[in-house]
Write a new protein. Structure first.
Length: 139
C-alpha cells in the first residue's frame, strides 16, 4: 500500500470565505500514483474547515448568512473565549458546524465524487496563512 502526504497553504484575505480546493486535491492524487484507496483532506487549524458541496455562489452566500446567524462575530463579549485576548470565538463554532475533514474514495485514479460535489476550504478567521493536509493511501 502507498501512502502520500501533501500540505496546501492558503491565506484568505476575508474573515470568512470558501475556497474550492478540488483541483489541488486532484493534483495531489495524480502525484501520489494511487489508483484505488482513500483520500483524507483536513483543515489543520481550529478556525477553518474542509467540506464537500456544490460550487454555487448562491449556496455559498447562504452558508455565510446562516453561519453568521448561528455564531455571529459580534458582539465580541458574547464568547468567553474572547476574554483570552482573541476575537475569534465565533470562528471556532463555525468550524465545529462545518466540520474538520472529508474522506473521498479513489476509484480508477480519480476522486469518486457524486454529481456536483467539490471540496472546499472554509475560512472563518482569515487574513493569515493556514494549512490543509492531504493524506492519500491505497494501491
Amino acid at each position: 500500500m502507498k501512502s502520500y502526504r501533501k500540505e496546501l497553504w492558503l491565506e484568505v484575505p476575508n474573515r470568512m470565505d470558501f475556497v474550492n480546493i478540488s483541483a489541488d486535491v486532484e493534483a495531489a492524487l495524480a502525484e501520489s500514483g494511487v489508483q484505488e484507496g482513500l483520500c483524507l483532506v483536513n483543515a489543520m487549524h481550529i478556525t477553518a474547515s474542509v467540506f464537500i458541496n456544490d460550487d454555487e455562489s448562491g449556496l455559498h452566500a447562504d452558508y455565510k448568512r446562516w453561519l453568521e446567524a448561528l455564531a455571529p462575530h459580534e458582539p465580541l463579549d458574547r464568547y468567553d473565549h474572547n476574554r483570552t485576548g482573541e476575537d475569534n470565538g465565533d470562528a471556532h463554532h463555525k468550524r465545529q458546524i462545518m466540520g474538520r475533514e472529508v474522506v473521498v474514495a479513489i476509484t480508477a485514479g480519480a476522486l469518486d465524487f457524486g454529481p456536483w460535489e467539490q471540496i472546499f476550504y472554509g475560512e472563518f478567521d482569515g487574513r493569515r496563512r493556514k494549512r490543509v493536509l492531504i493524506k492519500i493511501i491505497g494501491d
